[in-house]
Design a protein around this ligand. Structure first.
Ligand code: FES
Length: 167
């Protein structure tokens, strides 16, 4: 069954998304302000999620694993900081709802495995810098900028997360 096609019209999945967004809206953790006028300090990772423009910063390899996607993947980071990044399959490389465009920092993230490449081929709006947020792992300190593609943003807007993309 194709999750992408059935997701907007499947009432159970829509209900799950609604509950998740309500939970996240109530449990947003304010991360400390990030000084964008300076590069990240040594040993730090800085990730900016577009188009929301939310930037988070943390010590490399210090985040607790949130159980979604690969440890230190963009999805794992998003979950740690309560940034909305859809992940209909739970981060097991079985959908494309976590599709991201890597705008900055590509050299610091893991190479895609065959499974991710196969899955990406089914994604809408695929570009050379496309990755699955649950599979692209941050492997070294530095600055990273990722963008949720337009088709995914529009899709998320149906539920309008309080702090999510396109809201
Ligand atoms: Fe399904 Fe990443 S969350 S492939």
């Amino acid at each position: 069954m194709c999750l992408i096609r059935c997701y907007p019209t499947n009432p159970w999945l829509a209900l799950c998304l609604k509950f998740r967004m309500e939970f996240m809206a109530e449990h947003v953790v304010d991360a400390p302000e990030v000084d964008l006028s300076k590069p990240p300090a040594e040993g730090m990772v800085r990730v900016t999620f577009l188009p929301e423009g939310r930037t988070v910063e943390f010590e490399f390899d210090s985040l607790p694993y949130e159980g979604h996607g690969q440890p230190m993947s963009f999805l794992d980071v998003a979950e740690n900081f309560h940034v909305f990044l859809d992940h209909a399959c739970g981060g097991v490389c079985a959908c494309t709802t976590c599709h991201l465009h890597v705008k900055e920092g590509a050299s610091g993230i893991s190479e895609p495995e065959d499974l991710e490449l196969d899955r990406l081929e089914t994604a809408a709006g695929i570009e050379l810098n496309s990755r699955l947020g649950c599979q692209a792992v941050i492997e070294k300190p530095g600055a990273y900028v990722v963008e949720i593609p337009k088709w995914n943003r529009n899709y998320v807007q149906e539920g309008k997360p309080a702090h999510g993309p396109g809201s």
